[in-house]
Ligand binder design. Structure first.
Ligand code: FE2
Length: 429
């Protein structure tokens, strides 16, 4: 074999596992693998994971913080207005350079697949062309899936539909939308219908910003689920954000969630961003604004967590670390049992991979040899510590390494070297 990881823990709870790689794929997953390899890595009970997957991002805006100014109110609407100020100043080179810099950052964090929305409400389609170029440039080491996103509204922006169709013709993968930003509820519902029809005609996936609002009357998810059923798009449609569900009447939600399940629509929540953006019109109590993640999961809806923004008009922080996203998800959704923490890890790995329709993802024979070795024993510890990604493997090749995180302590009578890690396997039950 070419590469073997020995004595690894896997995210599904298996321990002391060897993972053998031949060429670009995983050749064996077993205990005490009777084989040798040119490169052998002793994981010593550390977590070997499939790569992190970001199911919701905006690569055209990433790392633009401060251009041309900061978001003073911290609201979604000022963020959109600020992006509108920046848009005419964008250049192809600057968008591509920032996107590539972010992809470098992502790879070091073991983030090897990103679904990024790209704004089509710019008649030049400058960001679309820049990100299509970046998609090609990074293809060997990162799966970049692009969503044609009419940021200013399909019906609110004059050329939005024409531009969206042009973007799809150029090779953008997924149909996006923003029904809650249209001028009226009727326009919002009409935009959902039209966009789903475009996806059905072209055989494409759909991922809409849907009901990113604190208004409990924002019910476009209902139309999205109904259109998904009508057009036979089962398992091909994602509702992103869905924050109005946080504020909806419980009786209505008891009818809505079964419709979402029935339609096969997936959900993406963005914990870092929505806990920051939502509830801005509230005094006290202030709503957290995240969608009903545990309830959707419990009902059987595939739910992933997205990063959404890094250093852009909507959010000033972030570093491409999906464990930071999962960490915030645990807190905001109060998913603190061991089982719930595990599902938060799934929300930035397997669930997100399912939503992106990634092929040959996961640690199993025949799948791509895409792996991340973490300085943690299990998903619990990985999220707790936002653990260092010691080694990142893409298609069988080691493409990034980080040194173990340790600290030296200079206190009399205390050990000199301090580790934040527990003994592997010490947290159970
Ligand atoms: Fe977004």
């Amino acid at each position: 074999m070419d590469l073997i990881f020995r004595r690894a823990n896997l995210p599904d709870g298996r321990t002391n596992i060897d993972v053998g790689v031949e060429g670009k794929t995983i050749a064996a997953v077993a205990k005490n693998l009777p084989a040798t390899a040119a490169v052998e890595v002793d994981a010593k009970g550390k977590l070997l994971s499939p790569p992190f997957v970001d199911s919701h991002f905006h690569l055209d805006a990433a790392l633009s913080l401060g251009l041309p100014r900061l978001n003073r109110s911290g609201t979604l609407l000022e963020g959109i207005a600020l992006w509108g100020e920046l848009k005419p100043q964008l250049t192809h080179e600057a968008v591509a350079a920032r996107a590539l810099a972010y992809c470098d950052m992502a790879v070091t964090q073991g983030l090897l697949a990103i679904r990024s929305h790209v704004d089509v409400c710019d008649d030049r389609l400058l960001a679309v062309e820049a990100l299509l170029q970046v998609k090609k440039e990074v293809a060997d080491y990162l799966d970049l899936q692009l969503v044609a996103f009419p940021q200013d509204g399909l019906y609110r922006f004059p050329n939005a539909e024409k531009n969206l169709l042009r973007a799809l013709d150029l090779g953008v993968d997924v149909v996006g939308g923003i029904p809650h930003f249209e001028r009226t509820m009727v326009d919002g519902a009409a935009s959902v219908k039209r966009l789903c029809e475009i996806a059905a005609e072209r055989g494409l996936l759909v991922d809409m910003h849907c009901d990113e609002s604190d208004d409990p009357q924002s019910r476009h998810i209902e139309t999205l689920a109904a259109e998904t059923k009508r057009l036979g798009l089962h398992n091909r449609v994602t509702g992103s954000h869905l924050t109005s569900m946080h504020s909806m009447d419980n009786y209505y939600v008891s009818k809505l969630i079964p419709l979402i399940v029935d339609s096969g629509v997936a959900a993406v929540a963005n914990p870092l961003i929505n806990v920051t953006l939502q509830g801005r019109h509230d005094t006290y109590p202030k709503r957290r604004g995240l969608t009903r993640v545990p309830e959707l999961m419990m009902a059987g809806v595939p739910v992933a967590f997205g990063h959404d923004c890094v250093m852009d008009p909507w959010y000033s922080f972030g570093s491409g670390d999906m464990l930071e996203v999962a960490h915030m998800g645990v807190h905001v959704c109060q998913m603190t049992s061991l089982a719930a923490i595990q599902t938060c890890y799934d929300a930035v790995t397997v669930n997100a991979a399912q939503i992106l329709h990634l092929d040959k993802y996961g640690i199993a024979e025949g799948n791509w040899a895409d792996l991340v070795l973490l300085q943690a024993a299990d998903p619990f510890e990985a999220i707790r510590l936002k653990a260092t990604r010691l080694m990142v493997v893409r298609r069988g090749k080691i493409i990034a390494r980080s040194a173990e995180r340790t600290a030296e302590l200079d206190l009399p009578g205390r050990p000199g070297n301090v580790s934040l890690n527990f003994v592997p396997g010490s947290v159970t039950g």
